[in-house]
Ligand binder design. Sequence first.
Ligand code: IMP
Length: 198
Amino acid sequence: MASNKGKSMKELIFATQNKNKVNEIALIVPENTNVISLLDLGYEKELDEDFETLEENSLQKAKFVFDLFGKNCFSEDTGLEIDALGGAPGVYSARYAGEEKDMQKNMDKVLLQLGDSKDRKARFKTVITYVTSEEIIQFVGLLEGEIGKEKKGINGFGYDPIFYLPNGQALAEINKEEKSKISHRGIAFKKLISHLKK
Ligand code: IMP
């Protein structure tokens, strides 16, 4: 994702090694901003997420990466909140069905737990934390939808095949350009970009 587009470029480190997240953000990065991921920097160690809220984990990752590289950076943490499951899997979304972070198993667990439940309301929540030497600020993005009864679509990643939009399409059925326009991560990222423009 890194590219050299000239002198007035803003450089930002995206504290992630997740290629899917990098690709989604790449689609909505303004011309004058160069987003560099941890993959571009050759940093492969998994970042710690020691806390029980998206806000704290997002902050932990951004501060760690800022301290390591000394450059303006942002991190994000995302969770799927399902009303009928009391907000689960939430901050535990990646490891919902076990430490191996197997997304098929995570989705199967959600489908099994919801069963035939009529209340299938859910949302993705992303918390972006932006850290510089002058400020630490967070931006939240939400995408409302519901958990379908089956997996649909082959695009995207994570829980996309079971997360249905209000029009009945699964997130995994839309392409990444459409997803980044409407997604939790896209919304939070656009808030960060408007903050940077101020
Ligand atoms: P994390 O932010 O990488 O810790 O993500 C937590 C969990 O949510 C992981 O299992 C991801 O696969 C999943 N996840 C994060 N973003 C999305 C998304 O945009 N769609 C579907 N699943 C996601």
